[in-house]
Design a binder for this molecule. Structure first.
Ligand SMILES: [Mg+2]
Length: 122
């Protein structure tokens, strides 16, 4: 079973993403910010990560930078899901190593499609 980590400071958003992915039978873990996510990843071995941009303690871009400096998570697919449409932040996120930058609210079927594709290495 593929393991997905959802990182968002909003528990409502975490529940929503979990709900969208429910039928897919993934093993889902939640983290409330980048710091919490780094701690969870020490033992999780996630196959894919969905991360918010704006979060306390460690934001999404800093989290992805830290992630990419870890040998084990160098190539793990990362989807950034955010309300921001700021082109500069999007560029920073992609430069940090985000595979896909999506805006909230996300179309559920589109998210499922992208998650499946990234897990297959597409
Ligand atoms: Mg947030």
């Amino acid at each position: 079973m593929k393991k997905i980590l959802i990182v968002d400071d909003s528990s409502t958003i975490r529940k929503l993403i979990r709900y969208i992915l429910k039928k897919q039978e993934y093993r889902i873990t939640e983290a409330k910010d980048g710091m919490d996510a780094m701690e969870k990843l020490a033992s999780l071995e996630a196959d894919l990560i969905i991360v918010d941009l704006n979060m306390p303690n460690m934001d999404g871009i800093q989290f992805v930078k830290n992630l990419r400096s870890n040998y084990y998570y160098m190539d793990t697919p990362v989807i950034m899901l955010t309300t921001t449409k700021d082109a500069e932040l999007k560029r920073d996120a992609l430069l940090a190593g985000v595979n896909l930058f999506l805006n909230k609210p996300v179309q559920p079927n589109f998210l499922i499609y992208k998650v499946e594709g990234l897990l297959k290495g597409e």
